[in-house]
Design a protein around this ligand. Structure first.
Ligand code: PLP
Length: 383
């Protein structure tokens, strides 16, 4: 069998390896130094009790002949879809418009099949790198980068647009007006928006948590959510996607029908265990407990921001997402990475790993455990 050309066209997945290699070299030279990682975007708080109780009860029931369950519906449990429609979307959509996935990343790689092979994709820059990789790998798409606040008039007509709100890595969230402009431009240019709201639970104030707060968005947007950051499900695995019935292709045919077809053909449903756990997470007590977790990650991010600001006054983000986006005096983000490692013994993520617009920046994560944050802040103060 011949190797598909798409693989050789991908950029090397060198980022994490290079980060580890540089940290290892530094550690060998300085064996007594404690290196602290502010690089990872993974959650560190344990699952809430409402979730662990449900996982335990469900596991026991699966071991009994009377309560054992096999395959569930491909689109997900109706009870969970109804909960998501009610708790997260105020019943603006019916459960029929919600698809339960095994996580946002997995669903994006399924949904990309909606794009014609060799179609065009426009991607916010900098952002979560998987949109570029999936577009290149699964659709051999031509890619346009939209640097800063995305101006959709710069993206090809009828293209697929990837947005991330709030954005990983910059930690910023769109205002109502910014989203409104994007929705109106997409409608005019017949573009389809795929918006990833994996960090939506961190959005504060009155900023929109869903693109569907903008009138007309249901005609142009698919919204992809995740329980990974919202409920610490990065290993449990669960996400959802909203595909409104109002969303149609250029020729007027239904996108929802095709997503349903994709789910039936490519997927046998998310693990029922994870879906049961998600129902518990969305219960009133579950939501209260999750709110506390969210606040604690944001508090850690604020603590880091206070430590960083005197040295890096232009630090952005951290209010609506537990990431800080830091511009340093170094022109390259790898030089900035070395600076943090050598001078403060901290691992941060080089901004270039998030797209060309990330050059010169680093991403600092507020997800690590509190004791790491405390130590990291003391190291930052010595800079
Ligand atoms: N979307 C964004 C913006 C992310 O940063 C991440 C993980 O870091 C994901 C999606 C992955 O979500 P999931 O675990 O649901 O696949």
């Amino acid at each position: 069998m011949k190797r598909a050309p798409t693989f050789s066209q991908l950029t090397d997945a060198y980022l994490f390896q290079e980060v580890l290699d540089r940290a290892n070299i530094f550690q060998k030279k300085h064996p007594h130094v404690e290196i602290l990682s502010l690089g990872v975007g993974d959650t560190t708080e344990p699952l809430i009790p409402q979730v662990t109780e449900r996982l335990t009860t469900f596991s026991s029931a699966m071991g009994e002949r009377k309560t054992y369950r096999g395959y569930g519906p491909e689109q997900g449990l109706v009870e969970l879809r109804k909960e998501i429609a009610s708790v997260l979307y105020n019943n603006r959509y019916s459960h029929d418009e919600i698809f339960i996935s095994d996580g946002a990343k997995c669903d994006i790689s399924r949904l990309i099949q909606l794009l014609t092979y060799n179609g065009s994709v426009a991607i916010q820059d900098p952002t979560y790198p998987c949109y570029v990789e999936i577009s290149a790998l699964c659709a051999q798409a031509s890619i346009t980068y939209l640097t800063g606040i995305p101006d959709l008039s710069q993206a090809p007509r009828s293209s697929l647009i990837f947005l991330c709100n709030p954005n990983n890595p910059t930690g910023t969230a769109f205002t109502y007006e910014q989203l409104e402009t994007m929705v109106n431009t997409a409608r005019e240019r017949k573009q389809l928006i795929m918006i990833d709201v994996a960090y939506r639970s961190f959005i504060q104030d009155d900023l929109p948590r869903s693109i569907y707060e903008i009138p007309g968005a249901d005609q142009v947007a698919i919204e992809i959510g995740s329980f990974s950051k919202m409920a610490g499900f990065s290993s449990v695995r669960l996400g959802w996607t909203v595909v409104p019935h109002a969303l149609v292709y250029d020729d007027g045919s239904s996108v929802h029908e095709d997503v349903l077809r994709l789910y039936n053909s490519l997927f046998n449903g998310a693990p029922i265990l994870s879906q049961e756990a998600a129902i518990a997470a969305l219960s009133p007590n579950g939501r209260k407990a999750l709110q506390k977790q969210t606040e604690s990650y944001l508090q850690r991010t604020r603590q880091l921001r206070e430590a960083l600001t005197p040295r890096f006054p232009s630090v952005q983000g951290g209010t609506h997402c537990p990431y800080l986006w830091v511009r340093t005096e170094q022109t390259s983000s790898w030089e900035a990475f070395d600076y943090f490692l050598e001078k403060a013994h901290l691992i941060v993520m080089p901004g270039i790993g998030f797209g060309p617009g990330g050059e010169g920046f680093v991403r600092v994560s507020g997800f690590p455990r509190q004791e790491i944050i405390d130590k990291a802040c003391r190291n930052i103060e010595t800079l």
